[in-house]
Design a protein around this ligand. Structure first.
Ligand code: ST9
Ligand code: ZN
Ligand code: ZN
Length: 333
């Protein structure tokens, strides 16, 4: 354990030197935290969430059965809604707002916030707060979706019970000034419920009904509920599957893994061993745009002048890390 501690310390130093600016983002693993000893607090079920998530998944299955009755335009629209809501999470809440791995102009931030409301995964502020504690206290009581509590808990279970008190205690100590200072983030937080009703449910349903006469039933269940549920599960797989199955070429002392299947459905967010090792890298992967639509999207935004200052880990730093802490699965080894 002493060596592990030293590894993390050394890396913090290294990251800090290479990326002075990122030191303000409170997303670096804290190896000094210790779980409280003794009995764990009891699990308190939140029945409202259990029932709503149950209905949502039944509705999504019904949407699946309705796919053959949907027009091609409606299916195309479903894919568009999937992309916009996924980008609102990956390029927005995750890479921009949780990790500050690049900078985005106001129009791009507005687009990402709209996509984020379409994804209905809690507002950006709450998402980023939970995500920063997830990185900082990964796989401990203070991690909201602690993967040590099993697949079900890290996938969906954590949204169905009250949080462990350490999540809240540690979360309250996080530096979140950058989020509070972002007017787009705070505007979305103030109008979150209305924005979700409009963007996650009404817009996906009304567009196919109004523009090409799709039935309201198909329009509600396919681009609405089914699309929402698939984006949710694709995101949750990063917390469950990508914390359990895959190689650890960059750091074998941590649980997050490289999982190409998750990377596909989560449009580039499955390279999770890399991401937890270098959380400030805007590509969340060593391999840039490969199986990574989100990275391609951010590159396009830079090309259009809507984003800038992408942070990237140097080749040397990656190679050194693979040598020092990798599990030997990297093809360079
Ligand atoms: C959803 C989120 O699905 C999904 C996140 C996925 C993350 C993936 C990450 C992987 C990497 C990125 C990959 C992206 C891939 C995307 C691919 C796309 C194709 N710090 O929460 P409350 C305080 S959401 C500090 O009620 P309870 C705070 O004061 C789905 N403080 O705790 C708070 O008040 P406020 C839809 C914290 O009572 C107060 O405590 N949404 C923190 O224990 C109470 O907080 C739902 O299903 C913290 N971290 O309830 C709703 N946390 O907020 C789910 C809390 O006002 N949520 N505080 O400041 C809930 O109903 C509740 O949170 C609960 C816990 C029942 C789970
Ligand atoms: Zn993780
Ligand atoms: Zn992250």
């Amino acid at each position: 354990n002493m060596t592990e501690t030293r590894i993390h310390r050394a890396d913090k130093q290294q990251n800090g030197d290479a990326m002075a600016e990122t030191s303000t983002v409170d997303d670096v693993f804290d190896d000094t935290y210790r779980e409280k000893e003794g009995k764990k607090p009891p699990k308190i079920l939140v029945w409202r969430n259990i029932i709503l998530m149950g209905f949502l998944h039944v509705g999504a299955l019904y949407g699946l059965a309705l796919i053959p009755s949907a027009s091609w335009l409606t299916l195309g629209w479903t894919a568009v809604c999937y992309m916009i809501s996924a980008l609102g999470v990956t390029a927005g809440a995750h890479r921009l707002w949780s990790h500050r791995s690049y900078k985005a102009s106001v129009p791009l931030r507005v687009f990402l916030a709209l996509g984020n409301s379409m994804a209905f995964q809690n507002d950006i502020y709450e998402w980023a707060r939970d995500h920063r504690v997830h990185h900082k206290y990964s796989e401990t009581d203070a991690d909201p979706h602690n993967a040590k509590r099993g697949f079900f808990f890290s996938h969906i279970g954590w949204l169905l019970v009250r949080k462990h008190p350490d999540v809240i205690e540690k979360g309250q100590k996080l530096e979140l000034g950058d989020l509070k200072a972002d007017r787009v983030v705070m505007f979305q937080r103030r109008h979150y419920k209305l924005s979700v009703v409009l963007l996650c449910f009404l817009v996906p349903m009304l567009v196919p009904w109004y523009f090409w006469g799709e039935s309201l039933g198909v329009a509600y269940f396919v681009p609405g509920l089914l699309r929402y549920t698939v984006v949710l599960n694709a995101s949750w797989l990063v917390n469950s599957a990508a914390h359990m199955w895959g190689n650890r070429p960059y750091d074998k002392t941590i649980n997050p893994r490289e999982n190409p299947f998750v990377a596909i459905s989560a449009i580039g967010e499955g390279f999770h061993n890399y991401h937890h090792t270098f959380p400030f890298d805007y590509a969340t992967s060593e391999f840039g745009c490969k199986v990574n639509i989100t990275t391609a999207f951010i590159n396009l935004m830079c090309f259009l002048g809507l984003a800038r200052d992408r942070k990237r880990v140097s080749r040397d730093m990656i190679a050194a890390r693979i040598q020092r802490t990798g599990d030997g699965s990297h093809k360079s080894g």
